[in-house]
Ligand binder design. Structure first.
Ligand SMILES: CC(C)(COP(=O)(O)OP(=O)(O)OC[C@H]1O[C@@H](n2cnc3c(N)ncnc32)[C@H](O)[C@@H]1OP(=O)(O)O)[C@@H](O)C(=O)NCCC(=O)NCCS
Length: 142
């Protein structure tokens, strides 16, 4: 069975194995846990038998108008059974008072997000692949 949690409190790095599939230089489980703690909202899908995190979504927000969903992933063995839909539904519910909620995705995934209430837009992005493992602190300049 899968349970959903809107906090990463109590999660240990060893529960975060197998994510960032196909990333060349992916974050360690420790860095993954840090980004979960530092996000404004998270939802985790946890296999109740193994206690492993099998899916997660994060959101970052100003808490006034805008939120962005940077990361969503479900482990391959758990896909196509509604876990991704549940994660996005739950995080969007948590952002329901905000004017704008944005996600950037590849074109084939648009129908997935459209089903969940998003509509197609146009995005401009920067991607620094050398930083895929995580920022060197301090990540933000004043
Ligand atoms: C996208 C993702 C989170 C969906 O998780 P999931 O638990 O399988 O989602 P659900 O079971 O709720 O829904 C699956 C639906 O998404 C569609 N889908 C998933 N990945 C897709 C892809 N790469 N291209 C097109 N459709 C995709 C499935 O076809 C399915 O559609 P259907 O319900 O009409 O059959 C999962 O495939 C994943 O982790 N992918 C790799 C990471 C990723 O792409 N993240 C999104 C970043 S924007």
């Amino acid at each position: 069975m899968i349970r959903y949690d809107d906090s990463a409190n109590g999660v240990e790095p060893h529960q975060l194995s197998g994510f960032f599939e196909s990333w060349r230089n992916h974050p360690t489980p420790e860095t993954h846990l840090e980004l979960l703690h530092r996000s404004d909202a998270v939802v985790l899908a946890i296999d109740t038998e193994t206690n492993a995190v099998v899916g997660f979504v994060t959101a970052i927000s100003d808490g006034v108008l805008a939120a962005y969903i940077p990361l969503l992933e479900v482990l391959p063995a758990y896909r196509n059974r509604g876990v991704g839909t549940e994660l996005v539904t739950r995080v969007v519910d948590r952002l329901c008072d905000l004017y704008m909620v944005d996600v950037v995705c590849d074109a084939p995934l648009l129908p997935f997000y459209e089903t969940l209430g998003f509509r197609a837009g146009t995005a401009a992005v920067i991607r620094r692949h050398a930083r895929q493992g995580g920022a060197s602190a301090p990540a933000l300049t004043a």
